[in-house]
Ligand binder design. Structure first.
Ligand SMILES: [Zn+2]
Ligand SMILES: [Zn+2]
Length: 323
């Protein structure tokens, strides 16, 4: 059974931008290469268009650095979350600091590797891809080899929250296809290769895929596809990625604001309303009783008011680690 959530999220490391910021802070005597690199990065702060992401330009910002596209979002999708989860551990969606030096990084020039790495038993920490709406996508398998979708851990859109109350998908966000358009990617693997939906970018039926859910197709070159069955998304990386602490490096970090919650067996989430400005109301039923979790989350503070049945509400306030 699922006594522990499988997403270890506390990945603390220096992203490319962190390192550059540090270099800048330490002084200018560190060499022209590093400083020049930083200046080149900092000079490019205006948004660039990227297929897929541009359909979500109001909530997802893409900028171009020297090696990476940097993807910024607050980690909250426009669609309903949480409804449909059968195995819930009381995590709730909260806005995330995926911006500035903690943005998601995609190589500008993806490079095929001669030593691809499968997702099976690898990349169990953090994301392996980012959806066009700025939501991270995690390995479909957990560290026990369980498929999160088949285990009932996911909502109707293939997502749920991790230990940092961070919403993410574990399957391909095929539901984004109608927004991005039939010929645009629904996301990108963290090796930089695009993830398309059920069709090829030229509109024809999807050609045969390799075991990583990808292939080289005509002049488009290597890319992945999202599928309704395992591996759902990129089944690993056919492109060059760096691995660190069991995850792809660099990637955005999240921080838990409370200890892991126990599984709430038998709970059915009936709604999760996003009222805007970080205010959400989630309701669930358990043993015939309705509980309302009314919460407001900023990047600094989370205030949760819980009302069980007709009892008086209880309130908890948590401070979050800010970067
Ligand atoms: Zn997860
Ligand atoms: Zn294809």
């Amino acid at each position: 059974m699922h006594l522990e959530h499988h997403d270890g999220h506390e990945i603390k490391h220096l992203s490319e931008l962190d390192r550059r910021s540090l270099l800048k802070g330490v002084g200018i005597g560190l060499g022209m290469v590093a400083l020049g690199d930083f200046v080149a990065q900092a000079a490019t702060t205006s948004s660039v268009k990227m297929p897929g992401f541009s359909a979500f330009a109001s909530t997802v910002k893409v900028t171009k650095g020297s090696k990476y596209y940097l993807i910024e979002s607050n980690g909250i999708p426009a669609h309903q979350m949480m409804v449909g989860i059968k195995s819930w551990q009381e995590q709730i969606p909260t806005p995330q600091p995926y911006s500035g030096s903690n943005a998601w990084s995609l190589p500008i020039k993806p490079v095929l590797t001669t030593t691809p790495i499968s997702n099976v038993g690898n990349f169990l920490r953090g994301a392996i891809a980012i959806a066009a709406n700025g939501i991270p996508i995690f390995n479909a398998l957990n560290n026990r080899g369980d498929d999160a979708f088949l285990a009932g851990e996911l909502d109707d859109f293939g997502g749920h929250c991790g230990q940092a109350d961070d919403y993410h998908y574990h399957t391909a966000p095929l539901h984004l296809q109608s927004t991005v358009g039939a010929r645009n990617p629904i996301g990108y693997a963290l090796d930089g290769f695009a993830i398309y939906g059920a069709l090829e970018p030229d509109g024809s039926a999807m050609a045969k895929l390799d075991s990583y859910n990808g292939h080289s197709y005509k002049k488009i070159g290597y890319h992945y596809h999202g599928t309704a069955t395992y591996p759902y998304i990129n089944g690993g990386f056919r492109g060059v990625v760096s691995q660190k602490d069991g995850g792809v490096d660099p990637q955005a970090a999240t921080h838990a604001f409370r200890p892991p919650q126990p599984p709430l067996r038998g709970a059915t989430i009936t709604s999760c309303q996003n009222l805007g400005n970080g205010h959400f109301v989630l309701t669930y039923s358990l043993n015939g009783e309705t509980t309302t979790v009314d919460y407001t989350a900023t990047l600094a503070t989370v205030t949760i008011q819980t009302t069980v049945g007709s009892a008086a509400p209880t309130q908890q306030v948590f401070q979050r680690v800010t970067r």
